[in-house]
Design a protein around this ligand. Structure first.
Ligand SMILES: Cc1ncc(C[n+]2csc(CCOP(=O)(O)OP(=O)(O)O)c2C)c(N)n1
Ligand code: SF4
Length: 539
């Protein structure tokens, strides 16, 4: 049997293509980015048989995908967990509109925050929206679940959320493909008012959503992805969700766990299977990545005295990702901790690349701000967030995409003058533009630096929707032309750049300074590709 060695992200992408995907829209974010990159590089996308595109943010991606579903075709959007916060308005309402063509939303969570600001658990969003959810345990399931998820989505005319975590997204395993399914033909929704969420329609649609909840649970009870694996020793029953099932069986050479195991891959939770385990076993141990969602539900379901163990009672740490060792400890079995790294292995803190344009922007900004008290630079998320570290220590905040301009505005409006916002080009078009409009409307005394390296560098150099548009956007929003400046962030321009920033700090209104020079990494990739006359892999 031929197996393709795929990352979890790639398995999802290949699964979607093989399941008849017509349109993928996404905004990059670790650990979800490789899904879209894989589809962009696919034969099907290159031949124009399906549409795949980066969008300005996760909300626009979600909505474009709803458009695909509206015309009866299969759509996919994928994002990192915090991206689902941005898409939440559309996502929650998509449960009320329902779907026409299959609609899959993939949220990639990042427990332990390897490259994120928090470790929120997207399963709460699935529950909040009252949608069916899938959580693969391995790459093969990730692939298979795309076929299954689209069928489920079309059967109930409802979006389906798939939740994965970093280790599954970024580890590779052999995947067997299924036969490729044809894409759906264009077919508008049968119910004309389905997507018009006027209150009268929305109330009706909401009742429909509530009315389908039991059917979703029955689907979970019968799902191949929720398996009760019986065993003789009933002293303990183990509920293992998603990839934590792998961490569990890795502890047993023959992969045979001596206790009954309920492997969960589909939500809402299969209540009957859980009741069976609760009634048969003396105690329950819950293994789940992220928040204690299942553990909490269990305490609500059947709190009649039997111990329920997991993250809430301290059997497993409350935060951080799981691994086979943590699971072994929770099971009270011998545990191979591994060796301490050699002394020769030294920690390498992240830093801006040598020659990075952001270095010269921060050098100029720091010098321009010398005469002011510290604590007035509101930053954002991107490579430039590394400006928080030595030797720059140039920024004072980093909260969520777009928050630099709006936080600077709030601070400046109420007394911190001058206030500075530092934002990247991709972040600016993601969610900085609306904040800039707010600042212009209130004539807030802020100096905005849009660090334009002409790419979305932090996530691997995807195209930036801001490319070639920033000055026009700022002018269109109402920034006065004489307060828009483009600089070249190079050492030889340091003095001039610093003087421009200094002057604008004195201006009591909105000014925008755009240090523009291409990221040296994408530049190098581009030059290499041009030399070899191949298209750059990064799109
Ligand atoms: C809501 C949300 N979506 C996606 C991300 C992942 N992410 C972090 S920074 C970034 C883009 C950075 O690009 P840019 O603003 O151009 O700055 P650069 O890294 O190029 O300096 C992305 C997509 C995130 N942290 N939050
Ligand atoms: S990848 Fe590009 S933007 Fe990021 S630190 Fe390196 S040079 Fe700078």
């Amino acid at each position: 049997m031929h197996k393709l060695p795929l990352l979890g992200d790639e398995a999802i992408a290949q699964g979607a293509i093989d399941a008849g995907l017509s349109g993928l829209y996404a905004y990059p974010g670790t650990p979800s980015t490789e899904i879209t990159e894989y589809v962009l590089k696919s034969k099907e996308a290159k031949e124009g048989k399906l549409v795949a595109s980066w969008t300005s943010n996760e909300k626009t991606a979600m909505e474009a995908t709803m458009g695909v579903s509206y015309i009866g075709k299969r759509g996919l959007t994928c994002m990192k967990h915090v991206g689902l916060n941005v898409a939440a308005d559309a996502f929650i309402n998509s449960a009320i509109t329902g779907a026409n063509g299959g609609l899959m939303v993939v949220a990639a969570d990042d427990p332990s925050m390897h490259s994120s600001q928090n470790e929120q658990d997207s399963r709460f969003f699935g529950n909040f929206a009252m949608l069916p959810m899938l959580e693969p345990a391995n790459q093969q399931e990730a692939y298979d679940m795309m076929h299954y998820g689209y069928d489920l989505s079309e059967k109930y005319e409802i979006p389906v959320l798939m939740r994965i975590t970093t280790r599954l997204a970024h580890s590779r395993a052999g995947v067997v493909r299924k036969e490729m399914r044809e894409q759906n033909k264009l077919k508008l929704p049968n119910t004309p008012n389905q997507f018009i969420l006027l209150p009268a329609n929305a109330r009706r649609r909401y009742k429909m959503l509530l009315g389908t909840q039991d059917a979703f649970t029955t689907e979970s009870e019968d799902s191949v992805y929720n398996k009760y694996i019986d065993a003789d020793n009933k002293k303990r029953g183990i509920i293992a969700c998603g990839i934590s099932y792998n961490y569990l069986i890795e502890n047993y050479a023959d992969q045979k766990v001596p206790f009954p195991v309920l492997k969960i891959g589909q939500y809402p939770l299969p209540r009957k299977l859980i009741e069976k385990m609760y009634n048969e076993c003396d105690e329950i141990l819950v293994l789940e990545e992220g928040y204690p969602l299942v553990e909490e539900s269990l305490r609500g379901y059947m709190n009649n005295g039997k111990p329920i163990k997991g993250r809430l009672d301290g059997t497993i740490p409350r935060d951080g990702e799981l691994n086979p060792n943590i699971v072994a400890k929770a099971m009270g079995i011998e545990n191979y901790e591994g060796r301490e790294p050699s002394e020769q292995v030294v920690g390498r803190p992240p830093s801006l690349c040598k020659g990075c344009p952001h270095i010269y922007s921060y050098n100029a900004l720091n010098e321009a701000l010398e005469k002011y008290a510290k604590g007035r630079v509101f930053s954002d998320i991107g490579c430039y967030t590394l400006g928080a570290l030595e030797p720059f220590t140039a920024i004072n905040t980093c909260v969520d995409m777009g928050a630099s301009i709006t936080m600077a505005k709030g601070a400046a409006d109420t007394g911190l003058v001058p206030a500075v916002a530092v934002i990247g080009d991709s972040t600016f078009t993601h969610s900085g533009m609306t904040g800039l409009l707010d600042a212009i409307i209130s004539n807030s005394p802020i100096t905005v630096l849009i660090l334009d390296n002409e790419t979305t560098a932090m996530t691997g150099g995807q195209n930036s929707n801001a490319k070639g548009k920033i000055e026009d956007i700022c002018k269109g929003l109402g920034v006065l032309e004489e307060h828009i400046h483009v600089l070249i962030p190079l050492h030889k321009h340091h003095h001039k750049n610093m003087e421009v920033i200094k002057t604008e700090l004195e201006y009591h209104g909105v000014s925008v300074i755009i240090p523009r020079r291409e990221c040296i990494q994408t530049l190098a990739t581009r030059i290499r590709a041009e030399k070899n006359k191949v298209k750059p892999a990064i799109q």
